[in-house]
Design a protein around this ligand. Sequence first.
Ligand code: NAD
Ligand code: TYD
Length: 336
Amino acid sequence: MKLLVTGGAGFIGSAFVRLLLAERPDCHVVNLDKLTYAGNLENLAAVADSPRYRFVKGDIADGPFVMDLFAQQKPDAVVHFAAESHVDRSILSPDPVVRTNFYGTFCLLEAARVHGVARFHHVSTDEVYGSIEEPHDADENYPLKPSSPYSASKAGSDLLALSYHTTYKLPVTVTRASNNYGPYHFPEKLIPLMISNALEDKSLPIYGDGKQVRDWLYVDDHCRAVLAVLEKGRAGEVYNVGGSLALENVEVVRRILRATGKPDSLMITVTDRPGHDRRYALTSDKLERETGWAPLMPFDEGLSRTVRWYQENTGWVGRVKSGAYREYYEKNYAGR
Ligand code: NAD
Ligand code: TYD
């Protein structure tokens, strides 16, 4: 089985590639990634020399390039992670977000349709449902009401992918996961930013009143869910992937301060994000019922593992912040 994984150099994509190569000895992976600021081949150092792994640098929104790649590689299946994934960046600069998340998904779907693949798995987010009022939890039929250019571009790409199933019978599946956390997470999202700032005794900026609720999913639990849907999910279906604990942001930050041994005085309140969603909440009953998946990592254990990883990998944090991994790419991969 040959899988084309897009965005495999990012946070979740790299965890998925590591999991797949470790647990599925019959799988070969082609990792297509543009290596934006968020893509880092250091995340894949453990598998870089595997004969079952190959890296291709390229842009999913370059239609002719993507079509050629499918013709050359002939993947059996596609697992599509590549995206501009940060809400704040999407507010400041929506152009690359729409281009990659919507048009890039279109280019992949077209190539998958023309060349024929046995499965196209599209990785999406709970943010497509928008803010959800208590006491409701979104199931897969909940209306889509995205708030940011990021979540709207993901909602659009979900619908486009599903339309390829309805119209062309492309065997598409979609997962919508809640907020991920874990090692190799770029330090711009809440948990890795707060950990790296705390470790450097910098202030921890809380948007607004900090009472927004997110449902935290350990990255490896998410990757197991994607694998479960790839192997057992039904074509044309959407599966929610919820986390192990929903918490207000201030509580997450307090736990990070406790885990790093830093004082609460590092927390500061800053201007709220425009269009900030108050609460995300999901039910993953369908995924659990159809595949047997369940989140395994309790939040506090996942958080202490993550804190430990950032304490032990300050070099990685420094390099991704400065963009120095590009030198690593030139040294190790360019021309391969
Ligand atoms: P990330 O930002 O860490 O990684 C994205 C990867 O995509 C990077 O390696 C980047 O280089 C690559 N990429 C970006 N634009 C590209 C392009 N035009 N062509 C090829 N490659 C490109 O993101 P992540 O957090 O790992 O998220 C992966 C996927 O999971 C995304 O689709 C995201 O919407 C979804 N998701 C993320 C979360 C989360 O909490 N992080 C939760 C649910 C769903
Ligand atoms: P983030 O990690 O950006 O994920 P998302 O917006 O996709 O949920 O943010 C998680 C929550 O943390 C969100 O409510 C915004 C908030 N937040 C802060 O309060 N301060 C920060 O510096 C960041 C990055 C996020």
